[in-house]
Write a protein that binds this ligand. Structure first.
Ligand code: ATP
Ligand code: MG
Length: 598
């Protein structure tokens, strides 16, 4: 393997200087970036080949005496220079300036002694040893100014950046192709298991391609990870179309909270409710049979959003709620002293009862609860008839009496069933769930409920399979910086933060995507190990990303010139080497849909 590419002997570059810039961050501390200024000989071939995203190797102090240790830098900017440009100013007559510019223009054709190429590159924190065979090591070593710079070959870049799965086909792991290579196409493959496992975020201005990328990753991840289940909370009604092929191929569920099951043409209603990508507009006739298949296979279900407060009501039908009621009696100012003395003992009896019967605090009351009541009521016999404690247990006895021996079967699809299906290991259980939640408030509450419920069940089950990925597109709806109980942001933000912080231990993962990072819960953001960034026009957003994830400003600025579907990925886990900014163009999800519809 050739570690370097000298562009047919034409690439001759040297490190001229390392420049340092310090700026303040959004939270008023400071960050320092070091960039390398490299100049190399100008030839038309070289200038055409060099681009952002390519890697260069600069000899560092480790090379003294051995000549084989390099610090690796990634190119952030390339521009051609001409000596006469520097002296061209407006104090000269316009005619002379024009003459000079004509001269400069001619020299770009072949290059001359007055031309050179200026390269700005930022360190990626790796040292390359090229003594016998090539090896990479994560460490910083000072580069030597004046020394000769090498350009990494395609093979070296693949080795350094791309994850090559040992068994599977590499296209299942490829998200697109690397940017910066004009005359060849290098597939960019990542470790999808790690990408999912270590939590991931996508940040880009509206219309940059977030949902498109998300759909692509979902499709690849389901193929790469056999025990993965994906739950998409869809506030903008996109995924029922974006991954229609997957929904048909795998066991799946598409859930709606507004029923249109009785309509004459459910496929048309389904289509109407979705945002269809522009490139596929006017293809209703192709979509309808594919959507009808979902209905025929019984994959579309309808369910009602829970009423606000229903959670609280449910809590008071559990032992947890009972303990809460009991401890509240302690706060009663004029409550009988006798009652206050009894409360700790009663709570102890409840705990013992739960232990003996292997029940959880969150378990709902059932016929067995009467045994607990029978144990406690004699203790309360001496309390006055109007004591809150006594009354609580009298009411509880009545409630428990009314609970049927065998619980009624729930009719139709329910949120409980959703949580069960998500965690089911049955072979034909659904692997993909699209939960349509067009109302933001419902979306937050239900998302929080589902995540909490799945957490609770997973904790109790002592198993890590299946792995579950929760997808929250439009995350600004779920994790704003300032949260309120009334609109559900408090509940969703807490559930999501918990998922991001602790989900990994339980194989519960999150994928979030958003168009604005400002006003987002930054605690949640800091849990992400991989992030895809595309154009964000607001400087504040770019700076926040650069500060939070330590991406060099020089790279962030380049994202401004991105086309739809171009991404900057930085990952601590999913790329072959940690935390290298990778520029790539993602596969277009719409191409796959288009092929599916034909
Ligand atoms: N990988 C890609 N290759 C080519 N075009 C793409 C790619 N990704 C997205 N696009 C184009 O960009 C458009 C917008 O994509 P998408 O809907 O995914 O953006 P978004 O970031 O989710 O927008 P919003 O913020 O409005 O949800 C798509 O209709 C598609 O035409
Ligand atoms: Mg979108």
């Amino acid at each position: 393997m050739q570690p370097f590419d000298d562009i047919d002997g034409e690439f001759k570059g040297r490190l001229r200087e390392i420049s340092t810039t310090t700026r303040s961050t959004v939270d008023n501390s400071t960050v320092t970036f070091r960039t390398a200024k490299i100049e190399c000989e100008y030839t038309p071939k070289v200038i055409k080949r060099l681009a952002m995203g390519q890697l260069v190797a600069i000899p560092n102090v480790g090379a003294l005496g051995s000549n084989s240790s390099y610090s690796l830098y990634e190119i952030a900017d390339v521009y051609p220079m001409h000596y006469s440009m520097l002296t061209l100013d407006r104090s000269q007559p316009a005619a002379i300036r024009t003459e000079f510019m004509e001269l400069i223009q001619k020299e770009w054709e072949n290059g001359s002694k007055s031309t050179w190429i200026e390269i700005v590159a930022a360190p990626i924190g790796y040292v390359m040893k090229a003594a016998d065979g090539v090896s990479y090591e994560r460490r910083a070593m000072a580069p030597l100014t004046g020394s000769q710079v090498e350009l990494l070959s395609r093979e070296s870049i693949e080795q350094l950046i791309c994850y090559l799965p040992s068994k599977a086909k590499s296209e299942d792991y490829s998200l697109g192709r690397l940017l910066g290579f004009t005359d060849e196409s290098i597939p960019f493959s990542v470790n999808i298991e790690s990408l999912i496992h270590y939590m991931c975020g996508t940040f880009a201005f509206t219309g940059s391609g977030k949902s498109n990328l998300t759909a692509t990753v979902i499709r690849k991840a389901l193929r790469a990870i056999p025990d993965l289940k994906v739950v998409i909370f869809d506030v903008s009604a996109e995924y029922g179309i974006h991954i229609l092929d997957v929904l048909n191929q795998l066991p799946s569920r598409v859930l709606f909270t507004d029923s249109f099951g009785d309509s004459k043409n459910p496929a048309a209603e389904y289509f109407k409710r979705h945002a269809t990508p522009e490139s596929l507009a006017g293809r209703e006739k192709d979509f309808y049979p594919k959507i009808s298949k979902l209905f025929d296979d019984g994959k579309v279900e309808f369910l009602q959003t829970r009423l606000a407060g229903e959670e609280d009501v449910a809590r008071f039908s559990t032992y947890e709620g009972l303990v809460e009621v009991l401890s509240n009696t302690l706060n009663e100012k004029y409550g009988p002293v006798q009652q206050k003395i009894l409360v700790p003992q009663v709570v102890d009896i409840i705990k013992q009862f739960l232990r003996e019967n292997r029940l959880e605090l969150e378990t709902r009351f059932g016929p067995k609860t009467s045994e607990l009541i029978a144990k406690i009521q004699p203790l309360l016999a001496d309390l006055p008839a109007n004591s809150a404690l006594k009354k609580a247990f009298d009411s509880l006895a009545k409630v428990v009496d009314a609970i049927p021996e065998t619980p009624e079967e729930e009719e139709g699809y329910s949120w409980n069933k959703l949580a069960d299906e998500i965690l089911s290991t049955a072979k034909d259980s659904p692997r993909v769930f699209v939960v349509n939640l067009p109302e933001a408030e419902d979306a937050r509450l239900e998302t929080a409920n589902v995540i909490n419920e799945v957490f609770r069940k997973r904790k109790r089950s002592f198993t890590l399979s299946p792995r579950v990925l929760f997808v929250m597109d439009e995350a600004q709806e779920f994790i704003p910086q300032v949260t309120r109980k009334e609109d559900g942001t408090d509940q969703s933000s807490r559930a999501l933060e918990r998922l991001l912080r602790h989900g990994r231990k339980y194989h519960l993962n999150a994928w979030i995507s958003t168009q604005r990072v400002a006003h987002l819960n930054t605690n949640a953001l800091q849990q992400l190990h991989s992030y895809f960034v595309s154009t964000m026009p607001r400087p504040y957003d770019r700076q926040l990303i650069s500060d939070t994830f330590a991406i060099d400003d020089a790279f962030m600025e380049r994202t401004l010139a991105f086309q739809n579907g171009d991404w900057l990925l930085t990952s601590f886990k999913a790329t072959a080497t940690q935390n290298i900014p990778v520029f790539f163009h993602a596969e277009n999800n719409e191409d796959i849909l288009d092929a599916y519809l034909k």
